[in-house]
Design a protein around this ligand. Structure first.
Ligand SMILES: Nc1nc2c(ncn2[C@@H]2O[C@H](COP(=O)(O)OP(=O)(O)OP(=O)(O)O)[C@@H](O)[C@H]2O)c(=O)[nH]1
Ligand SMILES: [Mg+2]
Ligand SMILES: [Zn+2]
Length: 361
C-alpha cells in the first residue's frame, strides 16, 4: 500500500464512520481492491453523490459526484468509481435493501431500491389520520425481505389524546414487530429511535408522504436540516416535500436515510417476506384438514374456523390472497422477460464475434 500509515488510517477511519464493515471490505477485496470506495448519500437523475468522510457527507468538504450509467445504485450503497473518476464502476454487494416495484401500471416491472445497507427499517405511520393496517402489511413484507429489522413508528402522538386504539390496530398486523410511539414535535420516543443507531448503524425511514419522516429525522439530528411541509387540509396527504432519498449522519454515530413518501407500496420479488408478515395466517393454514385447502368452503379449514371464532379478521385473509396474487403475477412477468432476453441473446450470438451481452439493465 502506498502512502503513510497516518493517511491510510485516516481513510480507514473515514470509511468506518460511514458504516464500512468487514462485509464490504471482503466484497471490495474480492474485486481486487479497485479505486477508493465511497458511500452514496444522494441520487439525482442519473448522478450519485457519495462521501468518503463525514465532512463530505455533511457538505463541509466537496463530496464525490459520479454518473450512474448502467449501474443500479441506491442511497446507502458502497460504490467504487471508475479509474477516470467519472462514473460508478462497481456497486459492492448489499447487506440489505428495501426494494419495491417502481410503478403499478407500467408495461414492465422495475425494481426501485429506496435504501441500501440498512440495519433497521422504520415504517412510519401518523396519528391524526386513521391507521392503515393494509398498508403496514405491505410495508412489512418488503421490510422482512430487505434483510433489515423492521420497527413500526406511530408518530404525531401530540395530535391525539389517546394513541392506544390506533396503535392497537397496527399491533394486530405487526405480529411481534415493535410499534413505538413518537412525536417529531414534542420529542417523545426520539431516544428509543436514536438508540437503535448505536454501533454506527444505518436506519431507514419509510412511509407515506406527510407522515413526518423528515420531521423525525430533524428531531434526531437536533436541527432542521431537512425540509418539511404541512399536509393538505382536505385529505391529510403530504406534498411530497422530500424528493430524493438522502443519507444523513446522526450526531455521534449512526446514519439515517430519509426517503420520499411513496403512495403505492407495490411488492417486488419476495423471499420469505409474505410468510413472515403473515405468519399467523400461515400457522392457521397448517391446521387445515386438507393439504390443498383453498381456505374457502372446505371442511376442516383452520383459517375459516379462526374467522368464525373471531380470531382472524377476514380482511386480513383477503389481503394475503391479493399479495400472493400480485407476487405470482410479478414472478411470471419476470420469467417471461428473462426468457425473451435469453432468446434475443441467442439470436445475436455469432461464433466469430467476441461475446458481449449488452442486455443488462
Ligand atoms: N403535530 C405534529 N406534526 C408533525 C409531526 N411530525 C411531522 N409533523 C408535521 O407533518 C407535516 C409533514 O411532515 P414531514 O416531516 O414533511 O413529512 P414527510 O413524511 O417527510 O413527508 P414527505 O417528505 O412528503 O414524504 C409537517 O407539517 C410537519 O410539521 C408530529 O410529530 N406532530
Ligand atoms: Mg420528507
Ligand atoms: Zn384452509
Amino acid at each position: 500500500m502506498m502512502g503513510t500509515v497516518g493517511s491510510v488510517s485516516a481513510v480507514a477511519k473515514g470509511r468506518d464512520r460511514l458504516g464500512w464493515s468487514v462485509v464490504f471490505e471482503t466484497a471490495w477485496s474480492e474485486l481486487g481492491r479497485p479505486g477508493d470506495p465511497a458511500r452514496v448519500t444522494r441520487l439525482d437523475r442519473g448522478w450519485s453523490t457519495a462521501a468518503r468522510t463525514l465532512e463530505q457527507a455533511v457538505g463541509i468538504d466537496e463530496p464525490v459526484r459520479l454518473r450512474n450509467i448502467g449501474a443500479d445504485v441506491a442511497v446507502g450503497d458502497w460504490i467504487v468509481p471508475s479509474d477516470d473518476g467519472e462514473r460508478v464502476e462497481h456497486v459492492l454487494d448489499r447487506t440489505s435493501a428495501f426494494t419495491r416495484r417502481a410503478s403499478f401500471d407500467g408495461m414492465r416491472a422495475v425494481a426501485h431500491t429506496l435504501a441500501a445497507n440498512i440495519d433497521v427499517v422504520y415504517l412510519i405511520h401518523a396519528l391524526g389520520t386513521p391507521p392503515s393496517p393494509r398498508r403496514l402489511e405491505r410495508e412489512l413484507v418488503l421490510a422482512f425481505d430487505s434483510g433489515a429489522d423492521p420497527v413500526v413508528v406511530l408518530t404525531k402522538t401530540d395530535l391525539v389524546d389517546d394513541p392506544e386504539p390506533a396503535r392497537d390496530a397496527l399491533v394486530q398486523v405487526a405480529l411481534g414487530v415493535p410499534v413505538l410511539l413518537a412525536s417529531g414535535i414534542t420529542g417523545e420516543g426520539i431516544d428509543a429511535i436514536r438508540d437503535a443507531a448505536s454501533g454506527n448503524r444505518t436506519l431507514a425511514f419509510l412511509g407515506a408522504s406527510g407522515v413526518g419522516k423528515s420531521t423525525l429525522i430533524n428531531a434526531l439530528v437536533g436541527d432542521a436540516i431537512l425540509a418539511t411541509s404541512e399536509v393538505r387540509e382536505a385529505d391529510h396527504r403530504g406534498r411530497h416535500t422530500t424528493v430524493a432519498a438522502e443519507l444523513v449522519p446522526m450526531p455521534g454515530e449512526g446514519w439515517m436515510i430519509d426517503t420520499p413518501g411513496v403512495r403505492a407500496v407495490s411488492l417486488w420479488l419476495s423471499g420469505d417476506g409474505i410468510e413472515r408478515a403473515f405468519a399467523d395466517v400461515f400457522d392457521l393454514m397448517d391446521h387445515c384438514r386438507f393439504r390443498d385447502c383453498k381456505h374457502d368452503q372446505e371442511p376442516g379449514c383452520g383459517v375459516q374456523r379462526a374467522i368464525a371464532d373471531g380470531v382472524l379478521d377476514p380482511v386480513r385473509l383477503s389481503a394475503l390472497e391479493a399479495l400472493i396474487e400480485e407476487e405470482e403475477a410479478l414472478e411470471k412477468e419476470q420469467k417471461a422477460r428473462l426468457k425473451a432476453a435469453d432468446r434475443r441473446a441467442k439470436d445475436r450470438r455469432r461464433p466469430e464475434v467476441a461475446e458481449f451481452d449488452g442486455m443488462r439493465d
